[in-house]
Design a protein around this ligand. Structure first.
Ligand code: C2E
Ligand code: CA
Ligand code: CA
Ligand code: CA
Length: 282
């Protein structure tokens, strides 16, 4: 009825107002965070499944908030994307990650590990003409070979691609950085774009692994997904590995790279540096 409708509206409005205020506050705080050094990168190893050596690290951003503590990216990346702050945030991630890799490569105690740096790139980055310049500048300032940087692109970012995206992607390809489809299997996965896009590898979403062991059809499915990726001439990285059985199964079907809590959680710069100095394998 009408009365009920009004009643609902009445109680809803203050909540909405409150949500909007909270959000505005968050947006302002995020601006300060980017400028004021409150963002930090954690690094999660990507491991060779046969030798268990580190072959890459994925940079994952966190917000070390003065009162809220460590805020995870799922809570602020969407807001950064909606408000356009994502380009600034992405620029900071790019420079910070590249400088960190340079430090690990120059530190005589960690330089014996040969691994690359992966960063997450948002759809907004591909829409910026200067993005390619930013990547080139960051690499040349750090004197790093472009192949040491891998950009992780989500399916949704590249699939909605317009002319500008395609221009950016082909410029990045010419620059020589690695490119990888992230979260494969969650979105619009099509064989067509796997073959069309200038990417070198695919990172399979962890949701495809979670049913392994309980669902009898799952092993065959995983093997088929891997065959598809390889038939397109691409490498595969499997994410979300949480057990030794999963790692062994994937290696058994020919997947050579993996990432997940079983090997390591994302680690702070300090902790990973210590591990690189002492660990040989994961
Ligand atoms: P993603 O790129 O798919 O990153 C992997 C996420 O899965 C990370 O969460 C990681 O901690 C988590 N993870 C890794 N291994 C395991 C596992 O074995 N089991 C489970 N359950 N989870 C695992 P995180 O760090 O919270 O990042 C969430 C998302 O935030 C990322 O998903 C990415 O889409 C976004 N993100 C993170 N950093 C950045 C960034 O610098 N820029 C942009 N644009 N997005 C970022
Ligand atoms: Ca990623
Ligand atoms: Ca992913
Ligand atoms: Ca994800």
């Amino acid at each position: 009825s009408k009365a009920e409708g009004r009643g609902r509206l009445k109680s809803f409005q203050p909540a909405m107002l409150h949500a909007r205020q909270l959000r505005n506050q968050l947006v302002n705080e995020l601006k300060e965070a980017i400028a004021g050094n409150q963002l930090v990168l954690f690094y999660q190893p990507i491991v060779r499944l046969d030798t268990r050596e580190i072959e890459g690290v994925e940079a994952l951003v966190r917000w070390n908030h003065p009162t809220r503590g460590m805020v995870m990216p799922d809570e602020f990346i969407p807001i950064a994307e909606e408000t356009g702050l994502i380009s600034e945030l992405g620029g900071w991630v790019l420079c910070t990650a590249v400088e960190q890799l340079q430090r690990w490569r120059n530190d005589p105690l960690t330089a014996h590990h040969n691994f690359n740096m992966r960063i997450n790139v948002s759809a907004a980055d591909l829409q910026r003409l200067e993005f390619v310049e930013d990547v080139r500048d960051a690499l040349s300032t750090a004197k790093l070979d472009p192949t040491l940087l891998v950009l992780e692109l989500t399916e949704s970012a590249v699939i909605q691609g317009n002319d500008l995206d395609r221009y950016t992607l082909s410029s990045l390809e010419r620059l020589g950085v690695g490119m990888e489809i992230d979260d494969f299997g969650t979105g619009y996965s099509s064989i067509d774009y796997l073959r069309r896009l200038p990417v070198h590898a695919v990172k399979v979403d962890r949701s495809l692994l979670s049913a392994l062991g309980s669902d009898p059809a799952q092993p065959a499915l995983l093997a088929a997904v891997l065959q598809l990726i390889r038939a397109c001439g691409l490498g595969a990285v499997w994410e979300g590995i949480e057990t030794e059985d999963q790692a062994r199964y994937l290696l058994g079907i020919g997947c050579t790279s993996g990432q997940g809590y079983y090997f390591s959680r994302p680690l702070s710069e300090e902790v990973l540096t210590e591990q690189l100095r002492h660990h040989k394998t994961w």
